[in-house]
Ligand binder design. Sequence first.
Ligand code: BJW
Length: 243
Amino acid sequence: MRTRVPEFLARGSRTVVLTGAGVSAESGVPTFRGAQGLWQGVRPEELASPAAFAQNPGRVWAWYAWRRDLVRRCRPNPAHQALARLEASLPWFRLVTQNVDGLHTAAGNEQVLELHGSLWKTRCTREGTVKEDRRSTFPEMPPRCPCGALLRPHVVWFGETLAAADMEQALKDAQQAELFLVVGTSGIVQPAASLPGLARAQGAHVVEVNPEPTPLTPMTDESHRGPAAEVLPALLEMENENS
Ligand code: BJW
């Protein structure tokens, strides 16, 4: 594997990692798109949009309850674990994830920016109150807040804006990165997909880990093809040949 990653890590370079659904694939969490995707046969907007929720909150909640039940049984895989070790070994490290599954935190990462929210939180549609809530069965479906209004999953759906503070932080981090790793994302959902390009424009060395090429591949300095649970630990724990 020809790579400059060990060289960047050996000198403690500022490192940002952007992850997508593929990093959790080997934990048993299905990805969104592709043959085995969560949305196989269903257009994403049919479930992950404010319009879908307004039209049929019970259907949308049934999907999230099913996902909660599934993800609850999943454990961090060697890719998550390698990223937790990476955070512990570097003076400046940021992990930006599009995933809502909580597996990076479960693996031990402490600084996790969950750009698309969390599967394990609900939000009151009237009061906006966000609460941790790990249930997958509810006394009534769709579930309601004690105030009587519907609860919704605390995630970012299509057409909704990401939390401004989170996005600002991610943009700032991308601009400061010397090494930027993009792991397991199809790179088509904005604005997360713009972060690697921004980092590269500021001089970062951009490295992709994905079994398939993506629209981000042409802007990367290195692309490593294979499952993250195999490629990432090998890449991050290689000896630096220049030392
Ligand atoms: C492996 C692997 C293994 C497999 N190891 N890898 C500019 C241009 C055009 C459109 C837009 C634009 N700006 C905004 C938009 C609209 C929209 C958008 O991006 N649309 C595109 C689809 C075109 N974006 C938005 O609406 C965003 N809001 C926004 O920008 O607000 C302002 C605005 C609004 C409207 C117009 C303009 C501006 C919000 C996006 C929210 C995304 N939400 C979801 C659902 C979250 C909640 C939930 O989980 O239920 O987030 S959608 C879904 O996609 C989820 C994911 O986080 C996200 C990204 O998917 P990801 O992680 O990349 O997964 P996959 O499945 O796509 O790919 C998996 C990858 O893994 C593949 O590459 C595999 O090869 C790989 N893989 N096995 C490593 N073992």
